[in-house]
Design a protein around this ligand. Sequence first.
Ligand code: FE2
Length: 533
Amino acid sequence: MIKEEVPRSAARVARRRFLTLTGAATAVAFATNLPGGSTANAGTGSLPDDPFTLGVASGDPLPEAVVIWTRLAPRPYEPLGGMPYHAVSVQWQVATDERFRRIVRSGTASAKPEYSYSVHVDVRGLEPGRHYWYRFKVGRYLSPVGRTRTAPAPWQRVDQLSFAVASCQSWPDGYYTAHRHIAAEDVDAVLFLGDYLYEYGISTAGGLRYVTEPVPSQFRTEADTLDRYRLQYALYKSDPDLQAAHQNAPWISTWDDHEVQDNYANLTSRTNAPVEDFLVRRASAYRAYWEHMPLRTPAPRGPNYMLYRRLRFGRLAEVSVLDTRQYRSDQADGDGWKVDSAVRRDPARVLAGAQQRQWLLDGVRGSHATWNLLANQVIMSRMDLDPTAGNLYNMDAWDGYGAEQQQVLDGLAALRGRNPVVLTGDVHAAYALDMKRDFADPASQTFGVELVATSISSGGNGQEVSANGQKFLDGNPHLKLVNERRGYIVVRLRQHELRADYRVVPYIDRIGAPISTVKSFVVEAGNPGLNPV
Ligand SMILES: [Fe+2]
């Protein structure tokens, strides 16, 4: 049983290899630079094994700060992750070189049982626009080394920025080969747009990966308690490719539905559970999400968490990170794909909510950045599955909230020179869309673009273009690309243009797939619209 409960051997081999390469040097540096030297383990007691099984991460870069993260879990599938039931001191270091010869910040954090021994350090006093390396230490155990990067200073002229855009990583559906490739991309940050995990129980019926990597019986049930969500994160985060993607760059993350439950809407669960019960579940899910992500804001207060936020990258880009789950009205007409209706267009129904909507439009209006990126979850542009017969819309997307969708689109269209770029996940397909003043009129003004990233793994191997994908292409002239393989987008920003490379892998049912660019677009600053390369 215990053998079954350790993360899969690949992760352990990868970590061992990493420590062989850098471990000796890092151990010396820690002994030299930290009080107590290599035996410092005040408050650690003795751990049964290496506690750094879930890797390290960093996120939400500011010009002078970045959050670094880890979680101690020597036996991640056991209660408490195999940790003793008391707080444990974790030392951390940040250096300007990967061998930690020049350590610029260091300290001690406390990993507490009530937060499943996660550590979030908001490292301050850093220099803007540069790489740093970070690591943690508990007793004699050193974590892997992560690389991160601060945002440029507000006044800084930045020649180029690049982001990997990704979403949807159902573990049972296949290997995270796309993450292995993200780990090799030279990007300033990874924008992760939701479905970091799926709440479903995992069994032989639930996907190909279970067959090669069986997981113990506690994974059979759906995640709906704090412990069960934590267990699901432990599984997902034990993946070596996901760990590598975190180690390569800071992440800017938001959630979608599956971090809690498929297609939930604010207080309404998919199964219409009593609100008081669903609030308990939502609180557990939000807390587990916070525990496992490199987020700056303190832990959620009960069932609420302020996730929407804005990050600035000099005068080149601002990223408005949205949360379209926590405040939304219930899906119209019973959810799913439905013909147009009065309920769909009811102005009382919201997706972002009045407060967030105002914050978004005010922020873009006041922005001094050339490019204004929206880290969005569900598709914002119109996507009509059946334009010939009364229209067919996805009630879970912005289309399902027609009044607020129009308010946001009109608000963005009214702003001149802001170059809005909506980045979206959710649909397990890569799309590229021109955002139109009037989607029904292909000749109307294009005011921005929406770049939809396919999934990392959800949906399995996928295909080039499905029958529905072809329907979308035929019925939506503003849609310029459909590709249903797995992968991500690399968005490169310069002062005069944006370039989006749609990166895909041909399969994920076995490891080692190569990456290739299936399509690229360029957008000129001040001249909105997709130009195929
Ligand atoms: Fe998804």
